[in-house]
Write a protein that binds this ligand. Sequence first.
Ligand SMILES: [Zn+2]
Length: 353
Amino acid sequence: MRWWLFALLWLMSFPVLGAAAQHGVVILQYHHVGDDTPRVTSITAAELEAHFAYLQEHDYQVVSLQQAQQYIASGEVPDKLVAITFDDGWRNVYDNGLAVFKRYEYPFTIFVNPQLMAETPRLYMDWEQLKELENYGATVANHSNHHQHMTWQAPDESTGEWLARQQQDVLAAQAALMHGMGSAQPRHFAYPYGEYNPELAEMLAEQDFIAFGQHSGPWGPETPLTEIPRFPASAQYANLKTLATKLASLPLPVLSHAPASMVLDAEEAADGITVQVRLKHTDDFDATQLGCFYQGERVAPKWQELTFALQLEQLPIGRSRVNCTVPSKSEPGRFYWYSVPLVRPNDVGRWPD
Ligand SMILES: [Zn+2]
């Protein structure tokens, strides 16, 4: 064969001459399993089974959060990694989910509140049930001791006292996990209500935790390890069609966003705010195709080099979030996804659950 023909064939063996997509880990977040619990945080056993069957049929690799953490740390994240999480440790997860867990033996994490388990045992799984679920893939992790709004500072305490109180609560819960499960559990923390601020994130990082929120998007290499997103998969999000899009989503390469804290200044938020998101690159998508939504309304991004800005008017009191997506060039049909969580406090610094 002529050398140039050989060279041409060799060149043609590369399928895409552009940037390849960066893959991440999609984490699903559930609460209740049942049909007699608040629908907004529930999935029926049949829907859970349908989700697990979908993952199996579509060759997703379900990994534990520990395995996901290793993949992210290695910088080599294969495609189609999914992790499964349940928040609060409701008893109905055991009662209605056990048969599904037994059938698939997928790894999953249950984030529990040890103090609440002790106070209201009829609502929550006990340690024996959690240990039984360990046999079918469960890891038990920290959701704080009390499930309170962690960012709320009491009127009579200093910032230092508030942070010390939060640290004590997290560490007490971690000690209770070790005692209850009979072995040390991974330092994985899910923020109650998905609420946090930079001080809490820094405290958790210092205590060697990685931490998970409730804003959506895949976990990518640029994701801060104390702000890991998860996709809600209950209620209206249980729909397999929309879930399929999320399972196929890619992590937007975000370097930083502003405001730095999801908990906004009450006065500033009253007049609306500007959210800014700075990207590492736009190699695998067309920036003009970025679509962002807030409260069901489209918000037009204003680009300046690799940063886009979103002007938000009318923020509701309490939690809300901005979702942005943009189609991948190299993997048609798939979308990069990023979400910015926000909380607007009322004038005394509080908001509803
Ligand atoms: Zn919770």
